[in-house]
Write a protein that binds this ligand. Structure first.
Ligand SMILES: Nc1ncnc2c1ncn2[C@@H]1O[C@H](COP(=O)(O)OP(=O)(O)O)[C@@H](O)[C@H]1O
Ligand SMILES: Cc1ncc(COP(=O)(O)OP(=O)(O)O)c(N)n1
Length: 506
């Protein structure tokens, strides 16, 4: 153990970078949960630019390792020299090294290049029990430890590095961490993953005054999941990336630990493999950018309004045929007036559309509104006494749509026009279904009107309008999405008010 302290190399001050360039020197796990695959995801999840020099190839999956191949060290040297002769490396994470020749190669490169942050995860045995470092290379690995700024052994590795039995509780683990930090002269992260209990703490240990105090413990609850493959790799590479940005180990651990916990909590979502699956590195990516997520959120709002609409006397009486003719006429006249304004805002959506296909869709919708308006006048309003003045609800609704179109946001405009498709399609479908269920009675005074609701083209256009709004939301900022939701909710309220207006204003 004496070689550890005698060959200590003192780290240069960390260069604080927003997007640190982080090199992982580690083995490959083709199942993507550990090794360089986990490192690259982890680095990217923390805003770093990840690179990888591969020390070894493993054949492994979530159930274990079936083979290890260590390519000639000359090729590792070529990888390391080629990358570092071109790219300035802000941080290095070292993982599986495989054998003594690889360790020596990495040591030679570290002496030459000496990046500002070096994290060494002394990978020896996978949690599955498979060896990832030749037993004969353990001494060489011990000699490499002082070259790192941070060492992140799990408890079996900590014990092996000290030549002691594995710690059985947290205080014993901390004691071992102190001994290793003392021998290496650098910082050791003691990890609680291999101990039982409801808590899963980690602790940074450095007895030479490099930390705020000798032991800095960061607690956290243990997550109940069998999917924890690659947590050690993911933690060490995340720490390398964050340290290059913060320059402060404690701050880095406090940032990474809650991320790791959430990655474990969301690991089961990934459904990878039949053994111990990977953690979810990108759990924090905006859920709202998932296709359909924004539409689902809007649907929750629409469903509330839909219930209100179905509770209206107008809808009930239109369905049963008991709606006073004056109310029906008022509704049709307001619909014609509304469609004229709606046509204008759909044309504006066409003008803002990012693609020609979308532009065409909205332009067609705009034209169809005018076609329906003229059908309303020709077939439904010509023999009726009906107002040609916009009622208060029609006016307010069209004003809201115009204001949304004036916002200049394509997403906000789409969200504002969507309820007219969506709620109208839902209400119409229900009214038509009830009418058919009742045997499509010919003597129903509104039979011809109720039949118009069974329009597959309109249902198709509604699906398209929902998908376009959802896609616009995925591309929008958080603030714009909030404005989209507000515009949508407002239009939903106007839809309800529109169906209730004949009762109040005819
Ligand atoms: N079930 C769990 N719940 C919460 N955190 C965990 C859990 N298992 C491991 N961790 C955390 O994952 C990291 C890796 O820990 P550990 O499992 O001890 O190392 P390794 O993956 O190298 O064997 C540590 O930060 C540890 O606290
Ligand atoms: C290629 C490779 N490198 C390292 C490990 C060990 O990963 P670790 O993060 O310690 O995770 P588990 O062994 O707990 O899954 C590995 N399996 N493969």
């Amino acid at each position: 153990m004496t070689s550890m302290s005698s060959s200590a190399v003192y780290p240069l001050p960390a260069v604080i970078r927003t997007h640190p360039r982080v090199l992982s020197i580690a083995g490959s796990d083709p199942s993507g949960g550990a090794g360089i695959q986990a490192d690259l995801k982890s680095i990217a999840a923390h805003g770093g630019y990840g690179m990888a020099a591969i020390t070894a190839l493993t054949a492994q999956n979530t159930r274990g390792v079936s083979g290890v191949h260590v390519p000639p060290v000359e090729f590792l040297r070529q990888q390391l020299e080629t990358v570092s002769s071109d790219v300035a490396i802000d941080a290095v994470k070292i993982g599986m090294l495989g054998d003594a020749a690889v360790i020596n190669e990495v040591r030679t490169w570290l002496v030459k290049v000496r990046p500002a942050v070096v994290v060494l995860d002394p990978v020896m045995v996978a949690t599955s029990g498979d060896r990832l470092l030749r037993e004969s290379a353990e001494a060489a690995l011990r000699d490499l430890l002082p070259m790192a700024d941070l060492i992140t052994p799990n408890l079996p590795e900590l014990a092996m590095l000290l030549g002691e039995p594995e710690a059985e509780d947290w205080p014993a683990a901390l004691d071992q961490g102190k001994r290793l930090a003392g021998e290496c002269g650098n910082t050791v992260l003691v990890k609680g993953g291999h101990l039982p209990g409801a808590q899963c703490p980690d602790a940074l240990i450095n007895t030479s005054g490099l930390l705020r105090q000798d032991v800095i413990e960061v607690g956290g609850p243990r997550v109940q999941t069998r999917n924890s493959h690659g947590t050690g790799c993911s933690l060490s590479s995340a720490l390398a990336a964050v340290q290059a940005r913060t320059g402060d180990w404690e701050a880095s651990l406090r940032e990474v630990k809650p991320w790791l916990r959430e990655a474990l909590m969301r690991a089961d979502d990934l459904e990878v493999g039949q053994g111990s699956g990977p953690i979810h590195h990108f759990h924090h990516l905006r859920e709202s950018s998932r296709p359909g997520a924004f539409a689902a959120l809007l649907w929750k709002e629409a469903a509330v309004e839909l219930e209100a609409i179905h509770g209206l006397a107008f809808i009930r009486d239109l369905g049963s045929g008991e709606l006073p003719e004056s109310e029906f006429s008022y509704y049709l006249a307001q619909d014609a007036l509304y469609l004229n304004g709606y046509s204008r805002v759909l044309a504006r959506a066409g003008a803002l559309a990012p693609t020609e296909e979308e532009q065409l869709f909205w332009a067609r919708g705009s034209q169809q509104c005018l076609d329906v308006e003229s059908v309303l006048h020709r077939n439904w309003l010509s023999g009726r006494e009906a107002t040609t003045q916009s009622g208060p609800v029609t006016k307010a609704y069209v004003d809201h749509l115009m204001a949304s179109s004036a916002s200049g946001s394509y997403g906000v405009l789409l969200a504002a026009v969507l309820p007219c498709y969506w709620l109208y399609a839902e209400v119409g479908q229900q009214l038509h279904a009830d009418f058919v269920q009742a045997g499509s009675p010919e003597n129903h005074p509104y039979a011809d009107w109720l039949r118009t609701y069974a329009d597959e083209d309109f249902a198709e256009a509604t699906r398209k309008a929902i998908a376009l709004t959802d896609a616009a939301a995925a591309a929008a900022s958080g603030r714009e999405r909030a404005a989209m939701k507000e515009a949508f909710v407002q239009s939903c309220r106007y839809e309800t008010a529109f169906f209730d207006a004949p009762r109040l204003h005819s």
